[in-house]
Design a protein around this ligand. Structure first.
Ligand code: SAH
Length: 394
């Protein structure tokens, strides 16, 4: 079954970009249903790529292979997963780093598929009708590649609806026995709940940034906002923070921060938690003139799409401006955005605007991105979604 492109619309596929939008299509295949494997061809009929079809989505085909000889079957899946895992397994020693993203969708050649490994539990997110149709092959592929692991499905994201799929969660293998996994990276431990935690259980995209920011926290009074289960908090304590105030609106997250601080044997007296709205909490600190040496801003995605970028930037400006005002002289702001549609340059400009309005003298020391197990295929720049900057305040 062929998807025929309009004349001149083949350029991005020739550059190995994996997305085909419906506006580029001259003729859709008759009778192909959601999740079918289709070939995308030029107006002259030349093969460009093969991928999953989503007739009702704007993103009408997501390419899996640019090789005409490659069949989309279990062997194909196994090959892609094994390649992705080899990259991670060669990079980190599992004795000191046992929480790793195995698959990062498009950038690992499997658009719409996410898998995170927490010790011997693999948490999987199936986001496309194509992988949904291949779920048995997918489960078998994982079982054959990782016989020591159990599998849990966390396909509970609203984006499934775009593919006509219901949300779905639960164990995928019989050897799954506990949703709570005790993971560790670089000597810091935390508990991941693959059943109830956010996304696949926790966020691994900031692991390097936790370590880097933690390393400048010695002797500092630190504020970790949008802390979730305490990634930055734990590494700040490891780095010798004098005190840490951790804020999240989720009660469960706050309970987990406390539990994780205790799990590591850190001094619990240094920890203050607030289950609160960060926008309001920052204003309270301003009004009560409370200050900090280091502030971390790691909010959730403020912009879901290009249409929300302006509104998102106003929210980023608001919290960054407040944060600059709360910093003591010589302090640091580590500020992030995980909105893919807010480009790094734009985010930096918003932070610069906030710095200007705060009337502080601010210098940027570092730019951050997502951890290496969330790589960005060079042909798929959209894969870079997490960006951040480390600012020093005079
Ligand atoms: N910093 C975390 C990840 C943060 S994810 C880490 O490194 O692992 C974003 C977090 O913000 C979620 O835990 C969510 O519960 C919280 N959140 C969302 N909106 C919020 C708000 N307005 N105030 C406080 N927390 C909020």
């Amino acid at each position: 079954m062929n998807v025929i492109l309009k004349k001149g619309k083949e350029k991005s596929l020739l550059r190995k970009h994996p997305w085909v939008f419906s506006g580029a299509v001259a003729r859709f295949p008759q009778g192909a249903t959601a999740g079918a494997v289709v070939d995308v061809v030029t107006s002259a009929g030349e093969f460009l790529g093969r991928g999953f079809y989503s007739p009702n989505a704007q993103l009408v085909v997501r390419i899996l292979t640019f090789d005409k000889a490659e069949t989309i079957d279990k062997a194909f899946l196994k090959n892609r997963i094994a390649t992705a895992w080899a990259m991670r397994a060669n990079r980190w020693d599992s004795a000191t780093h046992n929480a790793v993203r195995i698959l990062h969708g498009e950038s690992d050649g499997l658009p719409g598929l996410i898998a995170d490994r927490f010790v011997n539990v693999i948490s999987i997110q199936i986001l496309s009708a194509g992988f949904e149709a291949m779920r048995n092959e997918l489960i078998e592929a994982f079982q054959e590649l990782f016989p020591e692991c159990s599998l849990y499905e966390r396909s509970d994201t609203p984006t499934r609806a775009l593919e006509g799929l219901e949300e779905r969660t639960g164990p995928l293998t019989q050897n799954f026995n506990s949703p709570l996994v005790d993971v560790s990276v670089d000597g810091v431990r935390w508990l991941v709940d693959v059943e109830k935690g956010q996304k696949t259980g926790c966020y691994l995209d900031q692991v390097d940034n936790w370590q880097e920011v933690g390393a400048i926290c010695n002797g500092a009074d630190v504020l970790d906002t949008f802390c979730y289960n305490g990634g930055f908090t734990l590494y700040a304590l490891k780095g010798g923070a004098k005190s840490i105030c951790s804020i999240d609106s989720s009660e469960e997250a706050i309970e987990n921060v406390k539990r994780n601080v205790a799990l590591n044997g850190f001094d619990e007296a240094k920890l203050e938690v607030q289950c609160a709205d960060v926008f309001a909490a920052l204003r309270k600190f301003r009004d009560s003139r409370r200050t900090f040496d280091i502030i971390i801003l790691d909010p959730p995605k403020f912009a879901d799409s290009k249409g929300h970028v302006e509104r998102a930037c106003r929210a980023y400006k608001d919290i960054n401006l407040l944060a600059f005002k709360l910093l003591r002289p010589g302090g640091y702001l580590a500020t992030y955005s995980c909105s893919g549609s807010v480009m790094p340059e734009l985010f930096q400009k918003v932070v610069a605007d906030a710095a200007l309005d705060s009337k502080r003298v601010v210098r940027m020391e570092r730019r951050f991105m997502q951890a290496p197990d969330h790589p960005v295929a060079m042909s798929f720049p959209e894969g870079l979604y997490l960006k951040g900057v480390l600012c020093h305040v005079e």
